[in-house]
Ligand binder design. Structure first.
Ligand code: 0X9
Ligand code: ZN
Length: 426
């Protein structure tokens, strides 16, 4: 009994007193053309304190926005005057947050790590340590870097031969955006399956023998910890710069390749604030330095940043929609094979293509840096489940299916790289 009381106390302090979103709604606005999309985006940045951008999609021409209750009437009028149609896709955001907190609060605490539930920062870092310890023949943990608030950011290196040098490498990072909880959860889910299959599945065994895999489940750890205690919908980092009215930089606008251009903001209160200069965020500076150091001795073939939501696999460029990168054709092949594998289990559709064309232009984003500066030909952003029913508040019961289907994609990526290695050797 005492033990039970203790545990529930821990859980309720972890959940803290949070920012509330009572009667906040998520609207899907239909845009007929690019001018409509631009108009909606301008409105969103003009009313930054009342509207929060959730997702946009240039191909299907709609934009999802979270609207504050006190702005609903005004915004409805603005849209109607402009002749834009919209549907309410989430009636009350707080209700989804409450449901999620209820499932977390009433969770049975077991001895084994549960891959089908969301985990706190501490649990994720503990998992990295325990998982590498339990699978020490092929897994070791490493300290990627330390966050602004001094939290260690740990990752896993997985390799059939941990001591060999010069092998091609694949890098995955989850949780760059704090509120996209499905990302760390999915990454941990498929990582576990992947390691379990070593020695059982001959293809997986080869992938792990011939390629070094670096996997960081949660990169923006300060933001992530903040979503658990203060604000479930926090996206950015937690550093505030002198003279700035607001806290946090969008880590996915902070990379040094084409930093500060179109699709990034210089307003600290914006969700896409690029920071005062490239690599101003210790998480981004530290992780890129780590990778560049590794890249001195081994070639990085894949760089992949796991996000949510929208079910997409986005290739370079992010920074421009006026041109395609030199490797566009190969990047398209890789994305086609991966998304086909994602789809193969439950039929979950993933759209793929250059990010700036399929989604929107964004400068200083991770995948352009991964492609150009790290030299990973196959550099992507994956936007995981769903397409807007729950958005960032994806229920826990979707972790397992998300993990299972993306695991097929991870194997497809490994297969693709193995084929490339074989072609080079023959
Ligand atoms: O805006 C982002 O950083 C990513 N979307 S999210 O909803 N997860 O925030 C997408 C970045 C992908 N790159 C391009 N815009 N091309
Ligand atoms: Zn994201």
């Amino acid at each position: 009994m005492l033990k039970f009381v203790f545990l529930s106390l821990v859980v309720s302090t972890t959940l803290g007193s949070q920012q509330r979103y009572d009667n906040f709604q998520v609207w899907r606005i239909r845009c007929e053309d690019e001018t409509d999309v631009k108009w909606v985006n301008t409105a969103a940045s003009m009313y930054e304190d009342k509207i929060d951008s959730w997702a946009a999609n240039h191909q299907t021409n709609y934009v999802d926005l979270m609207v504050s209750p006190w702005f609903i009437d005004t915004f409805r009028n603005l849209l109607t005057n402009r002749g834009l149609q919209f549907t309410v896709i989430i009636e009350n955001v707080q209700e989804l947050i409450d449901n999620e907190r209820d499932t977390i609060r009433t969770r049975a605490v077991g001895a084994d790590f549960d891959y089908t539930v969301y985990h706190t920062y501490d649990e994720i870092q503990d998992w990295v340590k325990t998982f590498s310890h339990d699978n020490s023949n092929i897994v070791e943990s490493f300290l990627l870097t330390t966050s602004y608030e001094k939290r260690p950011i740990n990752g896993l290196k997985i390799s059939g031969d941990l001591s060999s040098t010069g092998k091609p490498a694949i890098y995955f990072q989850g949780g760059i955006h704090a509120r996209e909880w499905i990302s760390p959860a999915t990454v941990m889910y498929f990582t576990n399956k992947f390691v379990e299959d070593y020695g059982r599945d001959s293809e997986v065994t080869r992938m792990l023998d011939e390629i070094d895999w670096y996997i960081v489940p949660s990169l923006n750890v300060d933001g992530y910890a903040y979503t658990w205690v203060y604000d479930r919908l926090w996206r950015k980092t937690r550093q505030r710069f002198k003279g700035n009215p607001c806290v946090g930089t969008d880590p996915n606008r902070n990379y040094g390749y084409k930093w500060g251009g179109e699709g990034a903001s210089n307003n600290s209160c914006s969700l896409t604030y690029a920071g005062p200069h490239a690599f101003s965020e210790p998480e981004i500076k530290g992780s890129t330095d780590f990778l560049l150091e590794k890249a001195k001795t081994q070639p990085f073939k894949v760089f992949l940043d796991w996000h949510s939501y929208r079910q997409m696999m986005l290739a370079p460029w992010s920074w421009t929609d006026k041109e395609l990168p030199p490797d566009a054709a190969a990047q398209d092949d890789f994305a086609r094979e991966t998304t086909q594998a994602f789809e193969s289990v439950y039929g979950t559709k993933y759209v793929y293509g250059p990010g700036s064309k399929v989604l929107y232009v964004s400068s200083g984003a991770s995948k352009d840096w991964g492609y150009v500066e790290l030299g990973a030909t196959y550099s992507y952003t994956v936007e995981l489940r769903d397409t807007g029913t729950y958005g960032f508040l994806l229920p826990e019961h979707q972790i397992q299916p998300s993990g299972i289907e993306t695991y097929e994609g991870v194997k497809a990526m490994g297969r693709f790289i193995l084929n490339e290695i074989n072609k080079l050797n023959n």
